[in-house]
Design a protein around this ligand. Structure first.
Ligand code: F6R
Length: 608
């Protein structure tokens, strides 16, 4: 959500800033802007819309500078206009800042600064930072930034440059990710490593309340009280090819097709050799704590919440530990009860979702042990947790989450197997969970053979205004996820429901114009879902069924069938969601939607 890139070095800053911010466009894309220091001036340009608009505006300009900052915005305070686009400046135009996050006391600060004579030109909360730094400026940019940040409530990832202290790039973080990249005679600042991977893999993850003072050759890190901090340099494990489209038309499509590999990567090195026993490096030191867990609360948002629901069913079925799944945004504000031996599992692809981060902070205060399941190594949630597991799915750039969802289910299965091992639950260890999980990547690959059929169905229903998704048991969260995927990228109104709930209300909506996607794999409640299909058909609804491949009867009962390979109930969601991802993708593309950057959305929601 919003992206920041900064550069200081010997190379030309403009192409580095543009290529970096273009890679972050998936984080927010309603406006953008750049400031550089050149010929003893700060030069800036901003535009509304995509980065390509900014590029047009700076064509032939900004060519000499080796120091600059750039931003792509997802509006929170103030509409997406030129005035509200970042960078923002102080009154003299000598200080420029780019900011991610929200300054919660900005109204108070703005009023105070205005009464001191500062003139504001935007409706954003971010602009107060530029004026606040100006009000403290006495020739040393880091001192002014530090003093300003002491007055600020809220979250920030911030980069600052100043004409009156040139040759410096200041970066600061609290609650919104910021990373320093280390090159040869150069430094980068970014809110997401994807922006700088082309130039360096050596990074320093700033922690909350830390400020980095960067010149081209030096980096010093201090806290807001000016105490120097020694930081570890990490190496990013992702390669450049992982953040490129690799011949696919969209990142979303690439990420859907990557799932056999991303699922394989989730399991890699986690099973004991030639065995079904699971070892998880990130939980090794916590085995005693985990053994005594009596209750689990899963907190997450969106797609990650849907996978959490599958985790609930799986853990309760196999480990008999009670599990609740909470929307992180609700959990954090409702004074939840956390008893001894409660574990909170935070699931987040990005590891930066503000609501999920706040939820685990709340749970931590109440004494829960926090386990994170994240994709992004070095992310805030992974670092705040007591222990955790990474998905190793590679970067997910399409705004609609796909491969993270299936990897989250795979990792929840591994967690279930791990807990079964340390708790000595032989029934689970001797069940098919491990052996069937190992088969899953190949089975996902097989589903791609139905591509043409999926495209045919997409063509028939692409002009629908509404769509209903039904599922029961483990397939109920899949129905939710299928509906979420369709609505967010195609803008078709879609709802997911437990199939039996349909008759308590949504059935009123069914007529010949309502496609109903029913996830009806052959599981222990299959016969029940057949009755739900009949109820839809009786009212003229069109049924698209997702069914197990050995099912010979269902084709006679519905309008269309998409078959998936057979597996155990707990793992079905990894397979049943694949046709739904592809159906949404193709319907959205046929409707002319920009599937990688759906309207109003952004990857990684780092605001409340
Ligand atoms: C849906 C989607 C969102 C995210 C949600 C949580 O396709 O991408 O619903 O799942 O914003 O994000 P993470 O998993 O990064 O915490």
């Amino acid at each position: 959500m919003c992206g920041i890139v900064g550069y200081i070095g010997e190379k030309k800053a403009k192409p580095i800033l543009i290529s970096g911010i273009t890679r972050l466009e998936y984080r927010g894309y309603d406006s953008s802007g750049m400031s550089i220091i050149e010929d003893e001036k700060i030069l800036s340009e901003k535009s509304v819309g995509r980065i390509s608009e900014l590029e047009k505006k700076i064509d032939g300009k900004f060519n000499e500078s080796s120091l600059g900052i750039v931003h792509t915005r997802w509006a929170t305070h103030g509409a997406p206009t030129i005035e509200n686009a970042h960078p923002h400046y102080d009154c003299s135009g000598k200080i420029a800042i780019v900011h991610n996050g929200i300054i919660e006391n900005y109204n108070y600060l703005k009023a105070k600064l205005e009464s001191d004579g500062h003139r504001f030109t935007s409706q954003t909360d971010s602009e107060v930072l530029a004026h606040l730094i100006e009000s403290h400026f006495d020739g040393v940019l880091e001192d002014a930034t530090r003093a300003a940040l002491k007055e600020v409530d809220g979250a920030y990832g911030l980069a600052v440059i100043s004409l009156d202290d040139p040759g410096k790039l200041i970066a600061a973080r609290r609650g919104s990710p910021l990373i320093v990249g280390i090159g040869n005679g150069e430094h980068f600042v970014t809110s997401d490593v994807a922006a700088i991977l082309e130039y360096t893999k050596e990074v320093v993850y700033l922690d909350d309340n830390e400020i980095a003072i960067l010149t081209k050759d030096t980096m010093k890190t201090i806290d807001v009280d000016n105490v120097e901090i020694t930081k570890r340099i990490d190496e990013v494990e992702w390669n450049l090819d992982k953040i490129e489209k690799g011949g696919y038309e969209h990142f979303m499509l690439k990420e859907i097709y990557e799932q056999p590999q991303s699922l394989q990567a989730a399991m890699l090195g986690r099973f004991e050799k030639d065995s079904d026993l699971v070892h998880l490096g990130g939980l090794k030191d916590k085995e005693d704590d985990l053994r005594s867990i009596r209750r689990i609360i899963i907190v997450a948002c969106g797609t990650s919440w849907n996978s959490g629901l599958i985790g609930e069913y799986m853990i309760e079925e196999h480990l008999s530990i009670p599990v609740e799944v909470e929307y992180a945004s609700e959990f954090r504000y409702r004074d939840p009860i956390i008893e001894a031996n409660t574990m909170v599992i935070a699931i987040s692809q990005s590891g930066e979702t503000a609501d999920t981060l706040a939820a685990i902070n709340e749970a931590k205060k109440k004494g829960a042990i926090i386990l994170s399941i994240c994709n992004v190594v070095g992310s805030s949630i992974a670092r705040e947790a007591d222990c955790g597991m990474f998905l190793h799915a590679g970067p997910e750039i399409g705004v609609a989450s796909t491969k993270a969802f299936t990897s989250q289910i795979a990792v929840l299965s591994l967690l279930t197997l791990f807990m079964a091992r340390i708790k000595g639950k032989d029934d689970v260890l001797n069940s098919e969970l491990a052996s069937r999980l190992k088969e899953i990547p190949e089975q996902v690959q097989k589903i791609f053979d139905s591509k043409d059929k999926i495209i045919e169905i997409a063509q028939l229903y692409k002009d629908s205004e509404n769509c209903l998704y039904l599922g029961r048991g483990y397939n109920y969260p899949v129905a939710l996820e299928g509906a979420l995927k369709l609505k967010e990228i195609s803008y078709i109104h879609a709802e997911g429901y437990p199939a039996a709930e349909m008759k308590h209300g949504p059935i009123a909506l069914i007529d010949k114009n309502m496609p109903v996607v029913v996830v009806a794999t052959t599981d222990r409640i299959y016969s029940k879902i057949l009755s739900n299909i009949e109820e839809v058909r009786a009212r003229g609804g069109k049924v698209i069924a997702i069914a197990s491949e050995q099912n010979n009867e269902i084709a006679n009962l519905v309008d269309h069938v998409l078959y998936i390979p057979e597996t155990i109930d707990a793992l079905v969601p990894i397979l049943s969601v694949i046709p739904l991802q592809l159906l949404s993708y193709h319907m959205a593309v046929m409707r002319g939607c920009d599937v990688d950057k759906p309207r109003n959305l952004a990857k990684s929601v780092t605001v409340e």
